[in-house]
Every structure is written in C-alpha cells, then in structure tokens.
Write a protein that binds this ligand. Sequence first.
Ligand code: MTE
Length: 325
Amino acid sequence: MRDWMKMAGIRSSEITDQNLFKRRRQFLQASAAAGVTGAIALPNSAYAETRGEALPEPIVKSPFSTTDELSSHETITTYNNFYELGTDKGDPARYGSRLKTEPWSLTIDGECDNPGVYTLEDILKPHAMEERIYRMRCVEAWSMVIPWNGFALADVIKRMKPNSKAKYVAFETVVQDDLPGVQRNVLEWPYREGLRMDEAMNPLTMLSVGLYGEELLGQSGAPIRLVVPWKYGYKSIKSIVRISFVEEQPDTSWNMSSPREYGFYSNVNPERSHPRWSQAKERRLAGSTSGLSALFTSKTETQFMNGYAEQVASLYDGMDLQTNH
Ligand code: MTE
C-alpha cells in the first residue's frame, strides 16, 4: 500500500474487499463478452496481476471527459505498447509485473527554480485526483476510450517554477536492465518524449497514476505517466523518472529511430498519412471489442487532433502541419 493511501486513511482491508469485488465483476464481464464475441484479448492466462489497488476517494469528475463508449479494463491493460517490456501487443501485460515501482522518485531538473529529486508522494500530495475519460489514438490506427485518473501536468509544472529559458519539457522513462525489451535494444533507452511548453501547460495534458479508479499496472506505465489525448499514443510516455525544462526541442525516441515516419509534434491528423499507411481511419476498441475481435470490426473516421481541435488547434496557428508532423 502506498503512503498516500495511508495518508488518505484507507485501510488495506477495505482495498482488498473492493478488489475482490471488482475481480469477480471483471470475471463476470469477461465471461459475458466471451459469449458475444467469442474472443478475449488474453495473450497469456497466467498474469501475475490483473487489477491495481483502488485509488483513494474522492476522485473528481472532469468536464473534459468524452461520453464515447468506454474500452474495457481488460482491453486497455492487455493490448498495448510498452517496448521496454517487449514489442508484442501482449508483452506489456505478460511482463508488466516485472516493472519495479516502489520506491519511485522523479528527478526534476533544468531551467526551473525548484529542481530536485521528488518522491512520488511529494509529487501527488497537493493535487486532487480527477477522472478524465479521453479518446486515445495509437499511430497504428487503433483507438481506445480510457478513464484516466490523475491531474493536469500544468499544476506540477507551476510548482517547479520554470524560468523564461524553459521552452520545452523533456521526459524520460525508467531503464530497468532486467526488463525483456530493455535487454533487446529495440529502441535507444531511455524512452524519451517531449512537449513544447504551451502544449505541456494546456489543461488537457495530464499526468496519470491510475485508470478505472485503480493504480496503474506496470503495462499501463505505473506509477506515473503522461497522457496527451490529441497526439498519437507514443507521445504519452510511461513510467516517468525524469522531467527536464529545456531551451531546445528535445530528442524523442520515435523521431530518433525513424525521423521520416515520426515527427516531434505527432498531432493526430487524418490528412497526413504515415509513410507506410493512411491515418484517415481507425479501429475503435470499445465496448465488447477487444484487440482480437477488432480485426472484424469496421473502421471509423479519425478526427483531426483526435476530436480535441477546439481546445488545442490554436497552439499550431501559422504552422504547416504536413512539415511539422
Ligand atoms: N512509453 C514507454 N516508456 N515505452 C513505450 O514503448 N509506447 C507508446 C506509449 N508510451 C511506449 C510508451 C505507444 S506507441 C503507445 S500507443 C502507448 O504508450 C500505448 O499504451 P497505452 O494504451 O497503455 O497508453
């Protein structure tokens, strides 16, 4: 049990009871889904962990939430990318429990007045926990609707007091040498991402520590990750250990690995094709559609900026979005 739960006065017995209840409910839902679709995206039945510990209440509902149909907890946590754990869509769930998340600290450095090494609890304590239901669009043309728990990244940035030289925010993921993907060098580690300061300060940009009211599991980027809903999924970096305020545009993992395919901005744009495939449509993995049954689901139109243009398109006024992709 994490310290912030103790501070919130949650007894572990309550959490256990709640988790048992939820696991049973999940099992019933999964059985029902199997009856309908005949396929559940379980890459391996022997998960060490299938649910996280409940987050302390209260969790405030955010006005930024979409009313689109939710993706199931199971689909969200068993079909995704986390290359440090492997390149197969089932690898994050298969190996998620190998990620060591306690203790966890975050280094804040660069152009700011309050640099330092902060514990996770230091970072979380002053912020109210929110639920924000966001559409998420992976560059590989599937999308999900995820009820994230966390708070605005801007609230943490303000506490760190960046100075006038801080034009960008750079992020790094933990490197744990015994993780199966880290051993294979599929990318140059650490996984890196970055945002321009105004993107980082936009109220939609969040730091997430949970989903469906439970702590993040390893596969979803425990214990703390970025969520940027108008950009392709790879911008939403997982398991963050370092946040740096920098003057120059930082290196980002996918841009370093394949610059022609992956730009710095990575805003969802149905009119800018990936060199190897169109981005005009997507398969929505929501309701009873799992990673496997999605293959038989028809595609829907992808929206410009993933449907968040009203809130964020002005950040890119005057920029050519084909070049600045
Ligand atoms: N973060 C790290 N550290 N390593 C990764 O491989 N993959 C990205 C992103 N964050 C990745 C990462 C990609 S490609 C996507 S689509 C999302 O995580 C998918 O995970 P999610 O559905 O759990 O958000």
